[in-house]
Design a protein around this ligand. Structure first.
Ligand code: ZN
Length: 433
């Protein structure tokens, strides 16, 4: 794709080739010692072009957007810059007269501050399970087993398949077995491993459902009239890896033998305009679409389940972070969906409900024009396969903490998001024309 505007990269006055490629940092101080997260908002086509070229060459870890080609004039770009890269990159940006701000000055310290705090706290609250801390995959899976045993009237756990590394892909079916046929809502969290607030929200949703079912008429109605299929951790291998090896891992963990790179972007691997704009063919990129659609066992398993239940499932909700946005199709093109007015009014009401809790205003709209164009996403796939309400949430924040959202913000984030989800669910139960 040609870069819009500006001079060709070869004529740039600055020596792009002088920039050092990032080498993996090991040894003293931990994996991310000295790494920074910086924010740049390119002001014109020249700056946009310089940033795209530099970030593409350096293979820095883009936090927002997810690929250098999504860097757009006037919009925020957050990027993790390894210590050795920042020594050349930051003077380079200054020389090019491109303004940047440092969001996190030492990432390793930021991670350690969080985990340090956590170790002082009991992982179980006085009343049982603690929903205000992040949980490892093992903890989430034993929590699911536990609920399956203790709440068998409302909860049924099953697996839709196995991950690349052989882990079961557990889903909770939540709802009262009241009628023979019920509409259903699918909710998944943790397609991208490092977005830990996602799985925390899925757990929160289940907790709220079970705790308020008796007392809250809205929740009672939801669980009586609908089934909820909840997959707290979609990308189980990646999530596990983000706990054990690399906090900022995004993709799955399948191995590419030719390039010795791991993982596919599980939100670019769906059979809907697969590997077109906003996805990468290169196995080492963070937005790698995979060798073919549904190459990832996790995507294939969920796609199979959704296809099988497409008549029953009326809403598909997928939880990501971070940006504070509520997105609906299309992702892969700038076009209006056929049932736009119903979906748009559901989104409008949902973000208003969300805002009523703590005043946090979400942007909302089609993913292509609100976030960026990306192909092969689960949301577009769900919509194209007949699920009329397909949404992707980008939860808190807008980059202050980014993927390291502190555990103290789990409660407010989940509380406000619950309001949005309840709102969308109620919208489903009303007829919309
Ligand atoms: Zn994501």
């Amino acid at each position: 794709m040609p870069l819009p505007g500006g001079r060709p990269a070869a004529l740039l006055p600055l020596c792009l080739l002088c920039l050092q490629a990032a080498l993996p940092l090991r040894g003293h101080g931990g994996r991310y010692a000295g790494d920074k997260v910086i924010r740049v908002v390119p002001e014109n086509a020249r700056e946009t072009q310089i940033l795209r070229a530099a970030f593409n060459r350096l293979k820095v870890d883009l936090w927002q957007p997810s690929s250098p080609f999504h860097i757009i004039e006037g919009t925020v770009t957050d990027v993790r810059v390894p210590q050795n890269t920042s020594r050349s990159l930051l003077p380079y940006l200054q020389q090019a007269n491109i303004q940047y701000t440092i969001l996190i000055s030492d990432l390793q310290k930021a991670i350690e501050n969080q985990t340090g705090l956590r170790s002082y706290r009991n992982r179980r609250s006085l009343s049982g399970y603690n929903y205000e801390v992040y949980h490892s995959l093992e903890e989430i899976q034993s929590w699911m087993h536990h609920l399956n045993k203790t709440h068998s009237d409302l909860v049924h756990m099953f697996s839709v398949g196995k991950s690349y590394e052989g882990r079961p892909l557990f889903v909770l079916k939540l709802g009262k077995r009241s009628q023979l046929y019920k509409k259903a809502v699918w909710i998944d969290c943790g397609i991208h491993a490092r977005e830990w607030i996602g799985p925390a929200f899925c757990q929160w949703f289940v907790k709220e459902a079970l705790q308020t079912y008796q007392t809250d008429p809205v929740m009672r109605k939801m669980l009586t009239q609908l089934y909820f299929y909840i997959m707290p951790v979609f990308n189980v291998d990646g999530y596990h890896f983000s706990w054990t090896n690399d906090r900022f891992w995004r993709k799955t963990r399948s191995k590419n033998t030719r390039f010795r790179c791991y993982g596919v972007d599980a939100n670019r691997n769906w059979k809907v305009k697969w590997c077109d704009e906003g996805a990468s063919f290169h196995p080492c990129d963070d937005t790698y679409c995979g060798p073919f659609p549904e190459s990832e066992p996790e995507v294939k398993a969920v796609a199979h389940f959704l296809r099988k239940h497409r008549k029953q499932i009326k809403a598909y909700l997928s939880f990501h972070a971070y940006a504070q946005m509520l997105l609906y199709p299309y992702s892969y093109k700038y076009a209006t969906i056929p049932n736009f007015s119903c979906v748009e009014s559901a989104a409008y009401n949902a973000v208003n409900a969300l805002q009523s809790a703590y005043g946090i205003r979400y942007r909302y709209g089609p993913a292509s024009s609100t976030l960026y164009v990306s192909s092969g996403s689960s949301m577009d796939w769900a919509y194209k396969n007949g699920i009329p309400y397909a949404f992707a949430f980008e939860l808190r924040d807008t980059g202050h903490f980014g993927f390291l959202l502190p555990e103290t913000l789990i409660k407010p984030t989940c509380t406000e998001t619950m309001l949005a989800v309840k709102n969308i669910t109620l919208h489903l139960l009303k007829k919309c024309h």
